[in-house]
Design a protein around this ligand. Structure first.
Ligand SMILES: *[C@@H]1O[C@H](CO)[C@@H](O)[C@H](O)[C@H]1NC(C)=O
Ligand SMILES: *[C@@H]1O[C@H](CO)[C@@H](O)[C@H](O)[C@H]1NC(C)=O
Ligand SMILES: *[C@@H]1O[C@H](CO)[C@@H](O)[C@H](O)[C@H]1NC(C)=O
Length: 536
């Protein structure tokens, strides 16, 4: 027992789990230090970060909490998908424009006149998806990955230059036959480059005008500090719109909370299902070969990870990798390994069980250490059960008897995927999945070594073991940092929405405080609106 920490096992699978594949080009970096099964992750390793960015693609909640996007990937929208475009006149755009996935998001661009166009994709649309809150027009990093693709470096002063941005993005995509771009703010949107290619108008409806509310009309200037002032056109204080002849009663109001609500339909996996990721082309700034970013991240919490100080070399590497990826044929849905599902299954399998473990380990949950240790042992055994064979029984004074548990637990998901058929981007994801699983399995197995014969142990040893397990679970959950653990607890009622701050911020938000809270969907409509920076 006492010697397990000293045990050095040079297991071939442990070395494999520490190697990293690299982007597009041929260079390869490998953490060559031999590892025993219980070596903790290298502090600069990005397995958990790559895992998180991949498992969170197209989900609003994690990409709201971590708004500085780090991943750019090919994506498609299937033929037959309906998208919406709200505007103040009956014109179908002939220049690049923004489309919403849900009507609510397009409706907020209506004022005293309200036209909403619904469009259908007539073929699969070829898109570039930027993760994070890449449509949050604020400083601090959300738009950095777009900036690097267009201009090589982040340009925080261009956060509100949306017209220039969309035309430069479309110019970048043209050689690759890219139809548009997908980004997220409080909801996902498409920046469509050419309305005459791949879409048809289904309806162009002149809807009831929208009253933006008296408080909004009276409000003079916008809230500033975190957001750049919009620069599109000078604004006149809007008047109450004229209702159509024969209309009775109040007009529809601009109810921003319902836009947040529509966005929240896509909070968690599978997220915004109308967009399909091509996982074989996932390009991420968490690639450990981008050394300038590895340095910039050291000691920073994930919310402060930025691309601002990317070196010229690293910026060129990423731009080159993106050009290579988009020059390839998009695999599309079903074309390759479904890395999204692989990561979602892992999050499902462990997230709520680790939360339960954390709860069972709280000193206040039990008064009797025997009952507590027994309950925790059952949970550890439940999680490791698929990997504990009849031979994995303690038969030595070192910990070699658990080596096979860690091995099967870390590699069963991926070991049979033939590496030679994977793109460099998929190899990075595979290593991230294995590295993440290895740390989950390592921590659980360290606990199992302790829990194996805990039932017959003295109360003193049980109490000591419980103390060690608490540390393991806390450190593991901190390292994994899964956003499913950041939730409204207790859950909100049917008349409320669980909310974390997202640009444009509403009253009560602090952009850096991601503590979720319930906000009313039925009483706060106008209050939320008053504090909201509408930028059209
Ligand atoms: C970028 O580098 C400068 C100079 O080293 C430093 O002052 C700044 O904090 C860095 N910014 C970020 C976002 O890392
Ligand atoms: C703790 O629980 C065990 C099993 O239920 C029981 O045998 C033991 O007496 C309890 N200890 C105390 C101090 O209550
Ligand atoms: C322990 O069991 C494993 C698996 O059966 C075996 O490979 C190993 O040699 C055994 N070790 C000892 C010290 O008996």
């Amino acid at each position: 027992m006492k010697t397990f920490r000293e045990a050095i096992l040079l297991l071939p699978w442990a070395i494999g789990a520490a190697s990293m594949a690299l982007p597009g080009s041929s260079s390869q970096v490998t953490f060559t230090a031999p590892m025993s099964w219980d070596s903790p992750p290298n502090p600069d390793a990005t397995h958990h970060l790559v895992f998180n960015t991949v498992s969170s693609l197209l989900q609003r909640w994690p990409n709201t909490i971590y708004r500085n996007g780090h991943t750019v990937t090919p994506a498609t929208i299937s033929a037959g998908t309906i998208l919406y475009h709200g505007r103040r006149n009956a014109i179908v755009p002939t220049t690049p424009e923004w489309l919403a996935f849900d009507f609510e998001h397009s409706h907020m661009f209506c004022r005293s006149s309200c036209y909403v166009i619904s469009l259908m994709a007539t073929r699969d649309l070829r898109l570039v998806y930027f993760d994070g809150s890449n449509a949050a027009k604020m400083r601090g990093g959300p738009m950095d990955s777009q900036d690097i693709l267009i201009w090589e470096y982040p340009h925080p002063e261009r956060t509100s230059s949306e017209r220039i941005r969309i035309s430069e993005l479309c110019a970048w995509g043209k050689p690759f036959s890219v139809d548009g771009f997908v980004r997220m703010e409080y909801h996902f949107e498409v920046m469509l480059c050419d309305f005459s290619a791949g879409t048809e108008v289904v309806t162009l409806s002149n809807l009831i005008p929208v009253d933006i509310g008296s408080r909004r009309r009276d409000a003079g200037s916008e809230r500033s500090g975190y957001s750049d002032p919009p620069t599109r056109r000078p604004r006149l204080p809007p008047k109450r719109p004229d209702p159509p002849t024969g209309w009775k009663g109040s007009l529809p109001t601009l109810n921003f909370i319902e836009v947040l609500n529509a966005g929240s339909w896509h909070n968690q996996a599978p997220g915004e299902t109308r967009v399909h990721i091509d996982y074989s082309g996932v390009v991420t700034f968490y690639n450990p070969s981008l050394t300038s970013l590895v340095e910039a991240r050291r000691g920073q919490p994930r919310s402060h990870h930025r691309l601002a100080n990317i070196s010229k070399t690293d910026s060129e590497l990423v731009r080159q990798e993106l050009a290579e990826v988009f020059a390839r044929q998009v695999k599309g849905p079903g074309g390759g390994i479904d890395w999204g599902s692989i990561t979602h299954v892992i999050v499902k399998r462990y997230s709520e069980r680790l939360e339960l473990l954390q709860y069972l380990l709280e000193p206040a949950t039990y008064t009797n250490v025997t009952e507590q240790a027994v309950a925790v042992r059952i949970q550890i055994l439940t999680m490791l059960a698929p990997y504990i064979t009849t031979e994995a029984v303690r038969n030595s004074s070192d910990t070699s008897w658990v080596g096979s548990i860690v091995h099967y637990c870390s590699t069963t998901q991926t070991s049979m995927i033939p590496g030679g058929t994977l793109t460099p981007q998929e190899r990075l994801i595979r290593d991230a999945v294995e590295g993440t699983l290895h740390e989950i399995c390592r921590r659980l197995t360290l606990m199992w070594v302790d829990a194996f014969d805990i039932e017959a142990a003295t109360d003193r040893r049980k109490a000591e073991a419980l103390g060690r397990w608490r540390v393991h679970v806390r450190e593991l959950m901190e390292w994994l940092d899964w956003s499913v653990w950041n939730k409204c607890n207790p859950a909100c009622g049917i008349d409320a929405l669980c909310h974390v701050p997202t640009w444009p911020f509403v009253e009560g938000d602090h952009p850096d405080d991601m503590t979720p809270r319930c906000i009313s969907r039925v009483r706060l409509g106008e209050l939320a609106l008053e504090q909201t920076l509408i930028y059209s």
